[in-house]
Design a binder for this molecule. Structure first.
Ligand code: BTN
Length: 267
């Protein structure tokens, strides 16, 4: 009896596969009930030679990781927690564009399938009604100085309706915006299709197409922004993206490129 209940409770690849329409992305699907972090699992798979497009997905993470050493909290079985293995032949300087690429794929997917247009917040958050519903953590794996792969970890709040008090004022989910439950595996399938759509561009660059399309989903250009990074605050007017995905801002000391940080749009 216990065995049957455990089986019914397990994340079942057969439940997900019908929604995977992409050919490379999700062809190898590692489905886990619980894992420390799908990014950690995907990184270990890269070391074991996993193919590009391999997806690790879990119902629950015990040590979900966010950018800048933060944690990623997600109610079990409600949301999407997955990591995609990429093996692009780009130069290490272009790795920053991969988070924009993943953000663009999520934005295109949500816009196309649900008819709601998310805002991309540099470098890798997606917002609806000013609140975050998706975060992306990209991690590059090097073998000596050679790039052996990149793990793009994506957390999408799909059906979670309430959030931990620390994040409740800034977090939302697709369900909260649309007002009804959504099939999270349908969202997964659509995001993977969009990732595959732009895959050729990120394989070898140049990344201009990704940058141009990403810009259409952001609202920060021409506005005053404050960027917090390692306890340092830089402010200025957001001008444009550089070809490596860095953000060029105009500060009182002249133009400056920022490669990472938390952006607040001030006006
Ligand atoms: C952020 O907004 O700080 C990035 C959050 C990234 C969360 C996802 S959930 C799936 C994958 N596994 C992790 O441990 N993190 C990413």
């Amino acid at each position: 009896m216990t065995a049957i209940l455990l089986y019914l409770n397990a994340m079942d690849e057969r439940e997900i596969q019908p929604y995977i329409k992409s050919k490379i992305f999700g062809k190898e699907l590692v489905c886990l009930d619980v894992v420390d972090s799908t990014n950690l699992k995907a990184k270990s798979l890269i070391h074991r030679g996993a193919a590009a497009g391999t997806v690790v997905i879990a119902d629950e993470q015990t040590a979900g990781r966010g950018r800048q050493n933060r944690v990623w909290l997600s109610e079990p079985k409600k949301n999407l927690l997955f990591s995609v293995i990429l093996k692009p032949t780009i130069s290490p300087e272009q790795i920053g564009v991969l988070s924009l690429y993943a953000g663009l794929a999520v934005a295109e997917s949500i816009n196309g399938s649900l008819g709601i247009r998310p805002v991309c917040k540099w470098p890798n958050d997606l917002l609806l009604n000013g609140k975050k519903f998706c975060g992306i953590l990209s991690e590059a794996i090097f073998n000596e100085s050679r790039l052996s792969g990149v793990v793009v970890g994506i957390g999408i709040n799909v059906n979670q309706s309430s959030f931990h008090e620390e994040i409740e004022s800034n977090a939302t989910s697709l369900r909260n915006v649309i007002g009804k439950e959504i099939n999270r595996f349908e969202v997964l399938g659509s995001v993977l299709e969009w990732m595959e759509h732009y895959n050729e561009t990120i394989q070898s660059g140049p990344m201009n197409d990704i940058l141009e399309k990403w810009k259409q989903y952001t609202e920060m250009f021409g506005k005053k922004v404050a960027i917090a990074q390692n306890g340092k605050l830089t402010s200025g007017i957001a001008l444009r993206l550089d070809k490596d995905g860095g953000l060029i801002i105009s500060t009182i000391n002249g133009k400056q490129k920022v490669l990472a940080g938390d952006v607040t749009v001030c006006s």
